[in-house]
Ligand binder design. Structure first.
Ligand code: PEP
Ligand code: MG
Length: 892
């Protein structure tokens, strides 16, 4: 095995081995771009170190050989006293990881060689400045000294000198600072700053290896779902200097605007500075365009290189560069991060430039980005008004929310019941806040990150959330929020929070609908003058996706309005109409009568009263989806859900009793509630079990469906209902329902004098159903995977409780990176799905297969369903564009 690669030996496809930074440095070297020479120690070496606790034995010699070669090439030796070669040591994993140790610059400087550097550069100040930076970075990242101590010492030195920034310190001041820094190291690290250059380098390399398992790095990997066993590479690169005077400097650049995707000159430049100054914001940078005036030759060279890189990578690149006395050097490049809007624009621009094809363009965007573009947002001009800005936290769950500030759940619920819109503000949330979170428009916390309780739960609920806004102080006792600058928000004051940027505003910032939604709604055509480039880009990507996807996309919808919207959004039918949603509101009383019925006659009357209502629901639904399949699921939830709450009812009965008022009905209801009470209703009398236990219930629903179909046909429509039975565990259940249903359908067909072919199928949402799919397929014309209940029953997780109870702990411990109710658990639930697909199709060739759990609209899960060979996914109307896009990406 080879553990060290010269920059001339690698290429951009070796990211696993050389990390992103190393692979791209090699790529740029091979492109003939000006990269300072150097070498990369592989991730393999890091893995050996992490597993065994020491470097692979061969590593030292390999590093020596590469260092020798580098020294020969540069004509000087590492740390050589009269003319030292200096190097940087930089970490670089496959994925860029801000949680990791980044860089130690100027390795090779020592008390002896600092004079050599000064002589060679003809600049004392520069040499001492470089040395103090080395001790500072080395002390902090390699020896673990608190970085603030160095910063404070630097501040003090500036203060003593009356200097406003570090350029005000001269060579003597910096020399003094070096002494102070060395004392800090000796005191805090319990050892002297190492004077041997090779020791400096070896210690820095080892520190990079170690940093892979730093707390922040581990947390970041868990959040971003980066595997823990990849290890990091280490790049050793000869130093070039941006701090050699005004003809030197350092900067970052983007080949396009990462916020909008527009082409142009984007970046920042800082004269007479070293790399970390730009990031740390120590002095004010100037816009990159200014470089043209400062150093036209370097500017022109940089523009040419950016063009080369974009054409070569066929994508937006970001770049770090340094200019040393008028000579431009490339220190890093990578395919750059970008906003959702920029991703869509750039993908289509690159197609137009002929750099990528449509299939590649689809790979460059994703459903999560599309979902982000569909949230309503704050009116940009209003949001720009700086006076309104209170502060910024972590953008935890996108959206734009406006409401009155409340500081506890109780108030949130109380105010929202009386019609107020509220924003729940807490230091951090816990499961007790759940009701308040549900009642609120949005949630703001001052503590916690992207996996905090607030963030996880809010994302699960699709609520806007800004968390970890640490500059805002939440005082729940005094019910107020203090922002920097003395602004105080009291309970009842209106605030606005932007879950896509993390910004919190005072007062009401106007919200505008997303142009992308306007487009999907058909209110904004790409050719429309109001449509910007984004709408056109989305339109084009959607048509690429539609052209190549195999999966159909249906909607979960149970009223005509949702169905019509779903259709506008591109739904190819309804995959799940939950009929229980048609039993609510005024109809609840009829359902109560059904439940309370003691005799067949009473029950028959209750069902007869429900029948025309159900029929009318279906007529409207079939009309909205005319010509497309509509899967109607028969009643699923346990009956007690239609009855009043047991506590409320008991109180009512007790009160009436004590007041000697008539309460016969309530008493009967209460008895029914007791009779139907179950410890575990989700595993109780629901779904097909109800249909088998309550005579006539399913028959009534089937009749309503069949009659609605016949009516629609009469009216010249093309209704395509499919009847779906929930919670089936064994084929016998299905056979009984099938027999009864077929009889009803035949009766209706005869009565209307028409032929009715209504496919009857089942949900697969219990493990037993999946495991006996071959038997069930004998009685089912289609399967629809109910992955909500299937996840619940496979994991034994209560779908209604876990997200608010122990999931935060599970996510924090990295047991899973995302809730299995959100993204399908491929190994467990997914394996049952695959097995059922295979067994079902073997038993009944041509069996139609779909999914209607929440996973049907989740990007990663859509890919799984594509791979598993389903015919369609079904999801809520708003997720349909996301599912279409991801189905296209899965097929591409
Ligand atoms: C499911 O269980 O996945 C499903 C779609 O049914 P429901 O969510 O209505 O239980
Ligand atoms: Mg279900």
């Amino acid at each position: 095995r080879k553990f060290v690669y010269d920059f001339t030996e690698g290429n951009k496809d070796l990211k696993d081995l050389l990390g992103g930074k190393g692979a791209n440095l090699a790529e740029m070297t091979n492109l003939g771009l000006p990269v300072p020479p150097g070498f990369t120690i592989t991730t393999e070496a890091c893995k050996v170190f992490l597993e065994s606790g020491s470097e692979p034995p061969e590593l030292r010699d390999e590093v020596s050989a590469h260092l020798d070669a580098l020294e020969r090439r540069m004509g000087k030796r590492l740390g050589q006293n009269d003319d030292p070669l200096l190097v940087s040591v930089r970490s670089g994993a496959k994925f860029s990881m801000p949680g990791m140790m980044d860089t130690v610059l100027n390795i090779g400087l020592s008390d002896a060689s600092v004079a050599g550097l000064a002589a060679q550069a003809g600049d004392d100040r520069f040499a001492w400045d470089s040395y103090r930076r080395l001790i500072q970075m080395f002390g902090k990242t390699v020896l673990g000294v608190d970085g603030d101590l160095f910063e404070e010492a630097l501040e003090e030195a500036k203060h003593a000198k009356g200097a406003s920034n570090d350029l005000g310190l001269d060579a003597a001041d910096l020399r003094q600072l070096v002494d102070t820094f060395k004392q800090i190291v000796a005191k805090e690290a319990g050892r002297e700053f190492p004077q041997d250059p090779r020791e400096q380098m070896d210690l820095a390399i080892r520190a990079v290896f170690h940093s892979w398992n730093g707390d922040r790095a581990k947390l970041y990997r868990r959040q971003e779902r980066i595997p823990h066993d990849l290890g990091t590479a280490v790049n050793v690169c000869s130093m070039v200097f941006g701090n050699l005077g005004p003809d030197s400097g350092t900067g970052v650049a983007f080949t396009r605007d990462p916020a909008t995707g527009r082409q142009g000159v984007y970046g920042d430049y800082l004269q007479n500075a070293q790399g970390e100054d730009v990031v740390a914001g120590i002095r004010n940078t100037v816009p990159l365009a200014e470089l043209e005036r400062i150093d036209k030759t370097s500017y022109d060279a940089l523009m040419r290189i950016m063009e080369t890189l974009e054409t070569h990578y066929r994508d937006l690149c970001d770049i770090e560069f340094t200019i040393e006395r008028g000579k431009l050097w490339m220190l890093q490049t990578r395919v750059g991060k970008r906003t959702a809007a920029a991703a869509f624009r750039i993908a289509t621009q690159l197609v137009d430039q002929g750099l990528i094809d449509e299939a590649e363009a689809l790979r460059r965007v994703n459903g999560n980005q599309l979902a982000q573009l569909m949230f309503p947002r704050f009116d940009e001009t209003a949001a720009k008004d700086g006076a309104r800005k209170l502060g910024r936290g972590i953008a935890a769950s996108p959206g734009a929310a406006v409401g009155k500030a409340v500081f506890d759940s109780y108030t949130a619920v109380k105010w929202s019941r009386s019609g107020e819109k509220v924003i729940l503000i807490r230091r951090e949330t816990n499961p007790d806040d759940l009701n308040g979170m549900i009642a609120a428009e949005g949630i703001l916390t001052s503590r916690g990150g992207k996996t905090s309780h607030a963030a996880v739960v809010a994302r699960g609920m699709g609520k806007t959330c800004v968390c970890g806004a640490e500059e805002l102080e939440v005082d729940t006792k005094r019910r107020c929020l203090s922002a920097p600058g003395g602004v105080v928000v009291e309970e009842g004051d209106v605030i606005s929070i932007d879950g896509s940027t993390g910004v919190v505003y005072r007062g009401e910032v106007p919200v505008v609908p997303s142009p992308v939604v306007e487009y999907f709604e058909g209110r904004l055509a790409p050719a429309d003058a109001r449509a910007d480039e984004l709408v056109t880009a989305v339109d084009r990507m959607m048509s690429y996706a539609d052209r190549i996807r195999r999966l159909h996309v249906r909607a979960n919808a149970d009223n005509a309005e949702d169905a019509a919207r779903a259709r506008r959004f591109g739904a190819q039918g309804i995959g799940l109409c939950r009929t229980e949603h048609m039993f609510l509101g005024d109809r609840r009383e009829l359902v109560e009568r059904l439940i309370l019925a003691d005799t067949d006659t009473e029950r028959g009357e209750a069902l007869d009263a429900l029948l025309p209502l159900q029929r009318q629901d279906f007529i409207e639904l079939f009309e909205a989806m005319d010509g497309l399949p509509v899967t109607v699921r028969l009643l699923d939830p346990p009956l007690h859900e239609f009855l009043p709450d047991i506590t409320d009812l008991s109180v009512r009965v007790a009160l009436a009793e004590s007041r000697k008022e008539p309460h016969e009905n309530d008493l009967r209801l209460l008895q029914a509630v007791h009779r139907l009470h179950e410890q575990n209703p989700m595993l109780g009398l629901r779904g097909v079990r109800l249909g088998l236990v309550i005579p006539g219930l399913f028959g009534m629903q089937v009749r309503a469906i069949a009659e609605a179909a016949a009516e629609r046909r009469r009216a010249g429509g093309d209704p395509r209902p499919e009847i779906m039975i929930p919670l089936v565990g064994t084929v016998q259940e299905l056979e009984i329902v099938r027999e009864e249903s077929e009889k009803v359908i035949a009766e209706v067909a005869a009565a209307y004098g028409t032929e009715l072919r209504l496919p009857l199928g089942t949900m697969i949402e219990l493990p037993r159903a999946a495991l006996t799919a071959d038997q069930i397929a004998e009685a089912a014309e289609f399967f629809s995977f109910g992955t909500n209940d299937l996840t619940q029953t496979v994991w034994g997780f209560s779908r209604d409780d876990v997200e608010a109870s122990f999931f935060t702990a599970y996510l924090e411990k990295g047991i899973f990176g995302v809730s299995p109710f959100e993204t399908i658990d491929r190994d467990g639930v997914g394996s049952l799905v695959r097995g059922a697909v295979e067994a079902g199709r073997a038993a009944r060739p041509g069996l139609k297969l779909g999914v209607c759990g929440e996973h049907g609209g989740d990007p990663e899960s859509v890919h799984f369903f594509h791979e598993a060979g389903l015919d369609y996914v079904s999801c809520s109307p708003f997720r349909i564009p996301v599912a279409r896009l991801e189905a296209g990406r899965a097929a591409g």
